[in-house]
Ligand binder design. Structure first.
Ligand code: PXP
Length: 244
């Protein structure tokens, strides 16, 4: 499964955050998604939260109608989100934990503890030909439970890796390395994401099992200074250099 290619999924949630700060339609996350695709994004990721704090239902309608690359719908394991996913049938759905008060997705999904709740979600999404990813920490038990529950792939949470420095960061990178290797041995595709930036993307790109990174906040923030196409192309260049 290890390969030379690494895809970038651009998360456009925070274009919607800026739009929603004033209401109205500007800046339009769908326009940003189309621009991201023309700049080289291999996929688009959007998280429809229960509280609709950024992406809206209308955004998902528009993305499904207009995107020429796969949409990866991030969603909590709720009946409401399942119905939306089954209605739209995005190429993939990434199940994430969601707490109402959190600023962002803090930590991975507990597939071990939530197994009985999650199993039918994974099953019903897969029956609709939606490829299912689970957003988990790089933990052996969580990876094994994700395989057992029938997920097509996992996305390993890179939050701890990016937040730490020095030896502690090296230890987190090693955890990601071991997690990615375990996924490969279980014949499960493995992605990564959360908090990645120009500095942290290089070392993690060198881990050959990762086939996709989902990156949002940094790219949208950096776009203020250099434009979205530039921030995506620079990130993709660093990913390719790290992989080489
Ligand atoms: N992957 C998942 C599963 C996420 O929940 C998020 C944040 O919404 C990201 C990737 C992107 O993280 P960031 O915006 O920090 O790059």
């Amino acid at each position: 499964m290890a390969n030379d290619k690494i895809r970038i999924g651009v998360n456009i949630d925070h274009v919607a955050t800026i739009r929603n700060a004033r209401g109205g339609r500007h800046p339009d996350p769908v326009k940003a998604a189309l621009l991201a695709v023309s700049a080289g994004a291999d996929g688009i990721t959007a998280h429809l939260r229960e509280d609709r704090r950024h992406i809206s239902d209308r955004d998902i309608d528009q993305l499904m109608a207009r995107l020429t690359v796969p949409l990866n719908l991030e969603m909590a394991a709720t009946e409401e989100m399942l119905a939306i996913a089954l209605n739209h049938k995005p190429v993939s759905a990434c199940i994430v934990p969601e707490k109402r008060q959190e600023l962002t997705t803090e930590g991975g999904l507990d597939v071990v503890g939530g197994y009985d709740h999650l199993v039918s979600f994974v099953q019903r999404l897969r029956e609709a030909n939606i490829s299912v990813s689970l957003f988990i920490d790089p933990d052996e038990q969580q990876i094994r439970a994700s395989k057992k529950i029938g997920a097509d792939k996992v996305e390993l949470h890179t939050g701890s890796y990016v937040e730490k420095t020095g030896e502690a960061r090296a230890a987190e990178l090693d955890r990601l390395r071991r997690g990615a290797a375990l996924c490969e041995s279980l014949h499960m595709e493995v992605h990564a994401g959360h908090g990645l930036n120009y500095e942290t993307v290089t070392d993690i790109s060198a881990i050959p099992q990762f086939t996709e990174f989902n990156i949002g906040h940094f790219l949208i923030g950096e776009a203020i200074f250099t434009g979205l196409a530039d921030s995506i192309q620079k990130m993709k260049g660093l990913m390719q250099a790290g992989r080489a």
